[in-house]
Design a binder for this molecule. Structure first.
Ligand code: ZN
Length: 115
């Protein structure tokens, strides 16, 4: 039912039982009245608020510190493996003289390794 149809019967309280639109209006009006009655200033404990703010600030600092150390650890690990790869690449390519020397006289540890 739309509202222009029921304007003539708005004064009748029993109309609220049959009209959803007028019932919704009545509920809104009563909710607004309840809100306006409950608007009592709330006493706030300043120590509680300052304690909460202090803990929030400490939590943010702790989070920032943890992120810094996690980033530093990730960078250290990255550079360690990058340096290790560079070192392996540099040492694993034998020169021509080293290759011929190994053919002529195998190193002492090479004889210990089983084939
Ligand atoms: Zn109505």
């Amino acid at each position: 039912m739309n509202r222009p149809d029921c304007i003539a019967r708005r004064g009748d309280p029993s109309h609220l039982f049959v009209c959803p639109a007028c019932r919704a209006d009545a509920r809104l009006v009563s909710a607004w009245k309840a809100l306006s009655l409950n608007e009592v200033p709330v006493a706030v404990d300043e120590r509680f608020v300052s304690g909460v703010l202090e803990r929030l600030r400490r939590g943010r600092e702790e989070l920032r510190r943890r992120r810094f150390w996690a980033a530093a650890a990730a960078a250290a690990i990255f550079f360690f493996f990058a340096g290790l790869a560079h070192e392996r690449a540099r040492s694993s390519t034998p020169t021509a003289e080293e290759s011929y020397a190994k053919l002529a006289s195998p190193d002492a540890l090479g004889e210990l390794i089983p084939n």
